[in-house]
Design a binder for this molecule. Structure first.
Ligand SMILES: Cc1cc2nc3c(=O)[nH]c(=O)nc-3n(C[C@H](O)[C@H](O)[C@H](O)COP(=O)(O)O)c2cc1C
Length: 353
């Protein structure tokens, strides 16, 4: 029996297998609106057989966008534009999911293929915000410090975006607290130099993430799972690390989180990460074993045997795949055959198999 193709149920939601499309920004939206690109991109991966198809980091407010071309869920028109995407993914037997995000000090940058640096206000950029007044790097925007009212707005924006995600037909929401974006900026002592109730001690640095989870859980139904993506480590001296990740994750089940999607890095440019096949999997395993919470493993998982092995070693409950699924949306169909399992083929394509 293939573990990769064993169904997985969280709350009342059944996932047909353990493969999730990792959230990947397409930087192809205008005014935060998903369009035909997003339908075809996410739809193809649902047709390809993934169990969960997660839409990209989708901004909870215009200022929360990484770039002007990010998708959003800060207004109802965006929710309506997402609805056919979610419906199509679901009709193919996959779970439609969306990652909710706020980029904080890493907002207002150019799309990657134009070079990541800050967008000037005259080119559509905006004032970015963060826990403290330190830019990510030279050439990046200088953040304004969020005051208590601004923090309250961020929490409200996550709650409202989660409600719109539900209206749009998504069945799973992931909160983005990784990769050096706003929630991660509050978590890490390297980027959070506040001396109020939102910084300083570990409990105060994790406060915003817990507040966002609580706000999302107010509107996200009991019957549906909530995931959280973290960077398990900043891979930089004095930063957030695995020990703090475990301490945070030990509180997450009670907070209503059903799975921690374990990535790493992204906080500071001087991070030192040796990438290689499955390089982040040990973090997912350590968190799972220490806290008992379900985990997702991600990062250079590219073959059926490797993905199967992650699950066999009980390092994770789900495998998230990014670039391999960009190269090959039909990876799950091929992997199923390799592992002697089954993924339903769309009837329209049955003659191909
Ligand atoms: C084009 C692209 C866009 C990405 N956008 C996001 C994103 O929106 N949110 C996120 O958490 N990670 C994002 N990532 C990171 C991926 O989700 C994933 O964690 C990373 O690529 C490692 O997995 P892989 O080796 O399977 O690609 C992105 C990666 C790529 C390649």
């Amino acid at each position: 029996m293939s573990r990769l193709f064993a169904p997985f149920t969280q709350r009342s939601l059944a996932m047909r297998n353990r493969i999730a499309v990792s959230p990947m920004c397409q930087y192809s939206a205008i005014d935060g609106m998903p369009d035909a690109w997003h339908l075809v991109h996410l739809g193809s991966r649902a047709v390809g057989g993934a169990g969960v198809v997660m839409a990209e980091a989708t901004a909870v407010s215009p200022e929360g966008r990484i770039s002007p071309a990010d998708t959003g869920l800060w207004n109802d028109a965006q929710a309506q534009a997402w609805a056919p995407v979610a419906a199509f993914v679901r009709a193919q037997g996959a779970v439609p999911a969306v990652q909710l995000a706020h980029a904080g000090r890493k907002a207002s940058t150019r799309v990657p293929w134009e070079g990541r640096l800050g967008v000037a206000p005259e080119d559509g950029g905006w004032q970015v915000m963060g826990p403290s007044a330190v830019a990510y790097d030279a050439g990046y925007p200088h953040p304004a410090v969020l005051d208590a009212a601004g923090i309250g707005t961020v929490i409200d924006d996550f709650r409202a975006a989660a409600r719109r995600a539900l209206d749009a037909g998504f069945q799973l929401v992931e909160i983005h607290a990784a990769h050096g974006y706003l929630l991660h900026q509050f978590l890490s002592p390297l980027t959070n130099a506040r001396d109020d109730a939102w910084g300083g001690s570990f409990d105060q640095r994790i406060r915003l993430t817990l507040a966002v989870i609580a706000a999302v859980r107010e509107v996200w139904p009991e019957r549906l799972p909530l995931w959280l993506r973290i960077s398990a480590t900043d891979a930089a001296a004095g930063g957030w690390d695995l020990e703090q990740s475990i301490a945070l994750c030990s509180r997450l089940r009670d907070a209503g989180v059903d799975l921690v999607d374990v990535s790493s890095g992204g906080l500071v440019p001087w991070q030192q990460i040796d990438t290689g096949p499955g390089y982040q999997v040990p973090f997912a395993g350590a968190i799972r074993r220490a806290t008992g919470i379900a985990t997702g493993a991600v990062g250079l998982i590219t073959s059926a045997a490797q993905a199967e092995d992650v699950l066999a070693r009980e390092d994770a409950d789900m495998v998230l795949m990014g670039r391999e699924l960009l190269r090959n949306p039909y990876f799950p169909q091929h992997a199923a055959r390799e592992l002697g399992a089954d993924v339903p083929v769309p009837v329209q394509y049955a003659r191909a198999w």
